[in-house]
Structures are given as C-alpha cells and as structure tokens.
Design a protein around this ligand. Structure first.
Ligand code: WT7
Length: 652
C-alpha cells in the first residue's frame, strides 16, 4: 500500500492530553536514549528500588566470540520487594491482582490487595525454603492461571530462586524435558487446570513427566478443584504447608545480573532453548514499557489476557504492572467460554482501562459478531493492545471501531521472549497509528534493516529486509541456560555485530516499521511460537512415519496453521484413522498447540540432490500458490512436486 491509500489515525487531543508522552516528547527522549544510553538508563534505572545503587549502567558487547550483556551490574535489589513491599505504605489496601475464574457461574472473582499479596508471597517463600530451595535453585511452575502462579513467581524472586514456567497446555514429555533442561529441584503444580469448561489433569501430567526426571525432584501441589489425584512420596500439599508458614520472609539481596527466570521457547532447530532473563535490567524495562506503551496511570485497571506460561504474562501480568503498583487482572479462562462475550463481560465487570490481547483472539471474536461486544459497557476502556503476530487491517479496524468505539488508541507491540519487553510499538499520545504496523522503536532500541544476503544495513525508507538490533537494551535476554554458545550462534552469528530477531521487516516511506513474519523455520500459531523442527521430530518419532516436513500456511483465525507433509513407512497405507492417530501423537508429544491442522500424505518430499528438503516449495504448495514454485530442476526427483500439487488440489 502506498502512503496515499494508507489509512492513519493521529492521536486524539484527549489521548494526547492524558498521555505521559506526546510526539515531541518521544522524539526528544528517544534521541537522548540513543545518544547517551548511560545517562538515559541511569535516570530510568531509578524507577526500581535498589538495595545498593548501581554505579555502572551499560556494559554490553555484541562482538563475535564475546557476547556479554550486563546492565546495572553492581547494583543489588529484590524483584519481589519492588513488586510488593515498596507499595505497602501507600497502597497496601489497593487491589494488586483481580483474579477472574474460568467459570463465572460457579465462582466469584477474587480481589487480592498488595498487603494480602505480601503475606501470601512471604508464606510461599517460606514453604519453598522449607522444601530446601535456595538462592540460584531452579523451580518449575506448571500451574493454571490462578493467583498461586503469581505467588510462586514472586516467592522464587523473593528468595533468589530461578523460576521456569511451563505453560499448562504442554504435555508431560515437554514438561519433563524442561525440568531436566534446567535441573529443577521442585515442580509446583495443581491437581487440575479448569479452562473453557474442561479440566487438564496437571498433577497426573506431572507424575508422568517426573518418571523421566531425578528421584530427588519434589512436587508441591495446589488444590485448584479438589479433584481426585494420586499422591506419591515426593508430593507436598501446598494448602497444608501454607497454614503453618510464617507470613514474613525477608527479601534476599540479589545482584542486578542474577537470573530471575528461565523461559523455554522454540527455535528453528533442535530442542527449545531456555531464555534467561536477569533481575535489574529486566524489571526496569518491563515496568517502563508497561507505563509508557499502555499509558498506565495510577488507579488504572490493566488487563493482559495472556497466560503466565508465555513471556507476555511474565512482563505484563506480573512484573511490569506490579512494579508500577498497578491493579492487574489474571484471567483463568478463554475468550469464548461460557460465551463469546466473556472478554467484554470481564472488561465491564472490572472497569478495565487498558486491554491487551492477541490478533488470533480478536479474529475469533470478530467472527462471533458485534452483539457480544455491544451488550457490555466498555466505557472505561482507554487503550487497546495487540501482540504476538502482525494484526491484519480487518481485525485492527474491528478492534478499533467495535471494541474501542473509535476512542481507544491501539498499540501493536512487536517483541519476543528474548527481548523481555516491547521493542517496536506505537506510543498512544505520540504516534499516528497505521493498522498493521509496529511502527517505532521504544526508548533505547535501535532497529536496523539488513540485506538478508550481504548482511549490510539498508539505509533510507521504503525498504525491506531482516530486522536486527544494533545495540543492547536492558530487557534483553542474557544467555541460553547452560549453553552460551547456542546464544551466540542463534542470535549473533548470521549478522555479526547485531542481534538478529528472526523476523523480516519493512520500513515504509515515513520510517515506520512493519513486521513481515519470520524468516526462519519458526511459525506463529495463534500467537504461539512453534519450531517446525520440533513438530517434525515428534512426527518421525511415530513408528509408522518415515519422514515429515512441517511448514506454516495462512489460517483465518490462527494466523498460521501447521501443515505437515508425512511420508509413511513402506508397509503403511494412509488412512483417516492414521491421520487421527498422528494428531493425537503430536498432542501427547508436545501439547495441543502443536497439533497439525492439515496432514498431507507425501509419497516423497522435494529434496535437493544433496538431500536437503526444499521447504520453500512446500510452503508454496501449502499456501496454494502453485504458480511461483521457482526452479525445481535442481531437485533430485522433480516429479514429487507434481504429485504433491495433485494431492493438495484433491483435498480441497
Ligand atoms: C515472535 C516472538 C512477546 C510476544 C509474544 C510472542 C512475532 C510478536 C508481534 C507483532 C508482528 C509479532 C514475531 C516475533 N510477533 N509480536 N506485534 N507484530 N509480529 O513471543 O513467542 O517469543 O514470539 O512473534 O515473529 O519474532 P514469542
């Protein structure tokens, strides 16, 4: 689209007058953040309470062989004290967390004040200590979206343990791999996770996972539903231990660069990697982005609909909002249960001011019709956010018109598990919005667009290439847990001297950034990142599968769907039963989010003579784009392509 036809939405006077930052303010502050990062972050580093103030600010190197990232390195702090204790005097009785249950007809929302949060987190910290957890130990959290998930995160932070949350939708195998991956001493789980009216048996999943882990791993069990579970020697009852625990636990003094959490995320190769975030820089960045990007003001009610199993939940349900003394909503359910009005009912009930969700949810709710929105009073909404994938203009427009009534700026925030917080985003009082664009860098972020082949920076506007960052920002991940070499190889080796995001990007005539999607073998399914290699290895682990190749394809609601080409063992015949069997197999190997949306039987896969699968061709076929397959003459057997196309056509 050219600049003339591109719709754009300047901030309203109302928005500008309320906002922390206007266009001029953004330009000045951004310039300062780049010309003098030390001065800028020394100032903004003060937004957290330090036990021992830092004297050094930025100490970072993207130099090959010496990737080293440290911020505020000689400062000490405690993240939980920053999220709780420092607010007690001024807002002890203010609600910190509003918990909204899966089923509103059987349970009421809970309002947890900062004082109550303090007491629960202290108790849980004491429970952890009693279970032998010490500074630096790893604790895996495998919980539903219940307040105990936040208590567990903050209790770890309080005693200096490192948490690693595993999304409750992951399978026992995926859980076990993560427990072993970070050598966790303890898993915190619940009996069951209610979601959308169904219950996932988390405790029995954990039992199955721990069969493959060290005997010494303990398990702390929260009773969410009180449903039937088996009990083993390694299990401890959270409810009972909390009754005995003292409600005071002194926060540990941690170094700014002590790890706060590990979060496993998928990449283009191999097993998921443990992204490590540390304490000081991460908290400064999460809190600052939360305040400026969402234009958060004291007294606002903020709702991020993500799960704490993803980084979005870490930064924008727990750490960012609580560091800012906000009221943050924790929602256990799904957008369409009990009905497609659930999000809007919750917004109305709790008078939500800022609402942050994913395009996939917006598309699903758009499909359900406007009545569901219009029944509810959304007059408190002031700002809408989007995250996880590019938002298509239709969904943007619906979000803007029907949900926001044309009065709520939409912030389309581009970031990653690795970045800790927003990287490219509009600021509500400063940016003229363009539907579908992530627009402008946050303070301290230096995006560059490189030529994918030469790795040279492309200057000027109206250009496209791969998105990299020229320098570090405080929220950046520090390493891959236990594998610093992999950190360097994944993010700093394709384009030397830069952090490589893995995304393609366009910079338009005005200098606004548009994310064009991943350029590696990572796909984005409903805003969840999935490595195609992971799904492939799950498929080939099945006895009847000889070979598999997985690509993404456009999906109306999910953004991308999972398209699997499967070659069966010689003796096996394709059938609908086998298709189902493979779907169930992948669900149990990884989790429901990895289930292929389409499986195509492939007698052969297109390969080069050296045996490399030509994914480009498979992507085109999956997209029904048969006209531009490019040169297939270098294939070992070009006829397999015709075969795949015929089969694809027959399926529609
Ligand atoms: C990938 C990161 C951290 C947010 C949740 C996903 C894609 C994320 C946007 C956006 C276009 C986006 C990118 C990125 N992505 N937000 N606003 N516009 N694309 O975190 O699982 O680490 O995935 O999600 O492709 O690389 P994640």
């Amino acid at each position: 689209m050219n600049a003339q036809t591109q719709p754009s939405f300047p901030p309203s006077e109302d928005t500008v007058s309320r906002a922390h930052i206007d266009a001029r303010g953004y330009a000045d502050m951004y310039a300062a953040s780049i010309s003098d990062p030390d001065g800028f972050w020394a100032e903004h580093g003060k937004r957290v309470d330090w036990i021992k103030p830092f004297s050094k600010v930025k100490n970072t190197s993207f130099e090959p062989g010496n990737i080293d990232i440290q911020w505020f390195e000689d400062g000490t702090l405690n993240v939980s004290a920053n999220c709780i204790d420092r607010h007690l005097e001024t807002r002890g009785d203010q609600t910190a967390i509003i918990w909204e249950p899966d089923d509103p007809s059987t349970q009421d929302a809970k309002h947890i004040t900062y004082r109550e949060l303090h007491s629960s987190v202290c108790k849980m910290a004491n429970v952890l200590e009693e279970l032998g957890i010490r500074k630096g130990d790893r604790v895996v959290i495998y919980l539903p979206m219940i307040p105990e998930a936040a208590y567990a995160m903050l209790a770890c932070a309080r005693i200096g343990a490192i948490h690693s949350i595993v999304f409750a939708g992951f399978s026992p195998d995926a859980l076990g791999a993560r427990v072993n991956g970070c050598d966790a001493k303890l898993v915190i789980t619940a009996d069951y996770a209610p979601r959308g009216g169904r219950e996932t048996p988390l405790k029995s999943n954990t039992d199955a996972a721990l069969l493959h882990c060290k005997d010494s791993v303990k398990c702390l069990v929260v009773k969410r539903t009180g449903g039937q579970t088996t009990w083993t020697d390694r299990d401890y009852d959270y409810g009972e231990m909390m009754l005995e625990a003292s409600d005071y636990c002194a926060p540990a003094e941690m170094s700014a660069e002590d790890p706060l959490f590990i979060l496993y995320t998928s990449g283009s190769t191999g097993q998921p990697k443990g992204v490590v975030h540390t304490s000081g820089g991460y908290l400064v960045y999460a809190a600052m982005t939360h305040e400026y990007v969402f234009d958060y003001h004291d007294g606002d009610v903020f709702w991020c609909t993500a799960d704490v199993g993803w980084v979005t939940g870490h930064s924008y349900i727990v750490y960012g909002p609580l560091a800012n003394g906000a009221t943050t909503i924790m929602f256990e359910g799904v957008p369409t249960y009990p009905d497609a009005g659930r999000f809007w009912e919750v917004c109305a009930k709790h008078k939500v001011n800022q609402f942050y969700t994913a395009p996939t949810a917006i598309r699903a709710l758009m499909g359900a019709g406007n009545d569901w929105v219009e029944k509810h009073d959304l007059s408190n909404l002031r700002l809408l956010g989007s995250v996880g994938e590019p938002i298509n203009p239709e969904a943007w427009t619906w979000y803007n018109d029907v949900v926001g009534k044309g009065n709520c700026p939409i912030v389309d925030t581009f970031w990653q598990t690795e970045t800790g917080g927003h990287m490219l985003t509009p600021l509500p009082g400063a940016t003229t919005l363009k539907p579908g664009a992530a627009q402008q860098p946050f303070f301290g972020v230096q995006p560059v667009v490189l030529d994918p082949q030469s790795g040279v920076e492309i200057d000027g506007n109206g250009i496209e290439g791969v998105l990299c960052m020229r320098d570090s920002w405080p929220g950046q991940m520090r390493t891959v847990w236990g594998d610093h070499e992999r950190f360097e190889k994944t993010y700093f080796s394709d384009y030397k001297g830069y952090y490589f995001s893995g995304d393609g990007c366009r910079r338009d005539e005005d200098g606004d950034y548009w994310i064009t999607g991943r350029v590696d073998d990572v796909i984005n399914v409903s805003g969840h990142r999935m490595g195609t290699a992971e799904v492939e290895s799950a498929l080939v682990a099945h006895a009847k599968v000889a070979e598999a190749a997985v690509v993404g394809y456009p999906h109306d609601v999910k953004g991308q769907g999972i398209y699997a080409y499967v070659t069966l063992m010689g003796s096996e015949a394709p059938s609908d039963e086998l298709r189902k069997e493979l779907e169930v197999w992948v669900r149990t190997e990884i989790g429901p989010i990895a289930k292929p949306d389409l499986i195509q039987w492939a007698p052969g896969l297109p390969k080069t003579r050296s045996g490399k699968i030509m994914r480009r061709i498979l992507r085109k076929i999956a997209e029904d784009d048969f006209g531009s397959l490019g040169d297939t003459s270098t294939l070992a057997d070009p006829s397999v392509v015709d075969d795949l196309i015929d089969n694809r056509m027959n399926r529609r």
